[in-house]
Design a protein around this ligand. Structure first.
Ligand code: UT7
Length: 351
């Protein structure tokens, strides 16, 4: 069976740089705290009313498509990973399809947060391998800053996230041993509530402990669950995260899923030329690196500049590393991610 390869890759980050110092003006935090705990120095925020998750995805996609040597009309399937879509529905994939003037190709939104890009890549890989599609566009994009809690209550979450987009075009390759060699996807819904955006939703508080149950106000017999003014008044419309818990699981699952990809292909961790970890927290990446015994030159981190851009973080980092010449033809590249769900995933690519 043929493999799929990344034929073109691109990324886009908004112009506006937001430093830790600027966040100090908005909420009770410090540059020192953010740098020490996360490694983040600055992030980008999209331009409200002008940019959206889909439009950022479009900018990244244009570059990836051009580098793949094709046009938007050649794309025969779109997979769009995001946790911050333009609308609750329809997905951002169809907005991108419209804005890029593509034919009536299928568009699938993937909602697996930090592991979204690898999940999307894995699905795209199956479509290409099976021969069903020849040019699949995979996008990861986030507009976090549109809905963060910029008060003390939300500071553990708000300081880590940034906006941006990355994209890749997958095509078949007949070259033996080239392209995407293996992908590994995992989830454990036991931890779904540890890192989540509960409201709006239809859960009605069912899975939440008493102190996390949202305020519904006076309820009619039907309706009145999804989004209420009481939720807004009580600040229950923001992401919530048990940071330490997430951290602890992340530093276990990252190495495990990287080793799993190596074991499946007969490679050793030492064979990896470049590891691109999801940019969750620089301290997580450093602990993973230490655990696996990988030198600095074989890991790429850019969370310092962009913060955690969730589904966009891997394609942004991959593209930036490639643009800097740190990934060359024939290199063994490993992508790995962990995040909300919990979900974790890896991919091994012969570039
Ligand atoms: O990509 C998705 C997956 N997400 C992750 O991988 C995130 C994993 N977790 C983390 O990266 C870390 O848990 C955080 C960076 C989010 C938080 O760091 P932490 O060392 O776990 O801090 P904490 O939440 O346990 O809070 C420690 C202290 C608390 O104060 P007290 O109770 O000790 O007085 C917090 O209120 O730090 C305080 N704090 C802050 N102080 C200044 C929390 N956020 C901030 C802040 N600025 N932004």
């Amino acid at each position: 069976m043929q493999n799929s390869k990344i034929a073109g890759i691109g990324f886009y980050v908004p112009e506006r740089v937001v430093t830790n110092k600027e966040l100090e003006e908005l909420m009770d935090t410090t540059d020192e705290w953010i740098r020490e705990r996360t490694g983040i120095e600055e992030r980008r925020y999209a331009k409200k009313h002008e940019e959206t998750t889909a439009t950022m995805g479009v900018e990244a996609a244009k570059i990836a498509i051009e580098r793949a040597g094709i046009t938007a009309q050649d794309i025969d399937f779109i997979i769009f990973a995001t946790l911050s879509p333009d609308y609750y529905f329809p997905g951002s994939g169809v907005i991108l399809q419209r804005e890029m003037g593509m034919e009536n190709v299928g568009a699938l939104d993937v909602r697996y947060q930090c592991t979204g890009f690898i999940y999307a890549l894995s699905v795209a890989d199956q479509f290409v391998k099976s021969g069903m599609y020849k040019n699949v566009l995979v996008v990861g994009a986030e507009f976090h800053s549109c809905g963060l809690d910029f008060t003390k209550r939300g500071r553990n979450v708000s300081v880590i996230f940034g906006d941006g987009a990355g994209a890749a075009v997958l095509q078949p390759t007949q070259e033996e041993g080239k392209g995407i060699l293996t992908t590994h996807l995992h989830s454990d819904g036991k931890f779904a509530e540890e890192l989540a955006y509960y409201n709006p939703g239809c859960h009605g508080g069912k899975f939440l402990k008493d102190d996390k149950k949202p305020h519904f106000g006076e309820e009619p017999e039907f309706g009145g669950l999804f989004m209420t003014k009481e939720m807004v008044e009580h600040g229950e419309i923001y992401p919530t995260m048990n940071g330490r818990y997430v951290f602890k699981h992340a530093v276990e699952k990252f190495p495990a899923v990287i080793k799993e990809a190596c074991a499946a292909t007969g490679y050793k961790v030492d064979d990896i030329d470049m590891l691109i970890p999801h940019q969750a927290n620089l301290r997580i990446s450093q602990l993973v690196q230490l655990n696996l015994g990988i030198e600095n030159e074989r890991v790429y981190n850019n969370i310092q500049k962009y913060g955690n851009t969730t589904a966009a973080s891997i394609p942004i980092a991959l593209c930036e590393a490639w643009e800097k010449g740190l990934i060359k033809e024939g290199d063994l590249v490993c992508l790995a991610a962990f995040g909300s769900g919990f979900t974790w995933a890896s991919a091994l690519i012969r570039w």
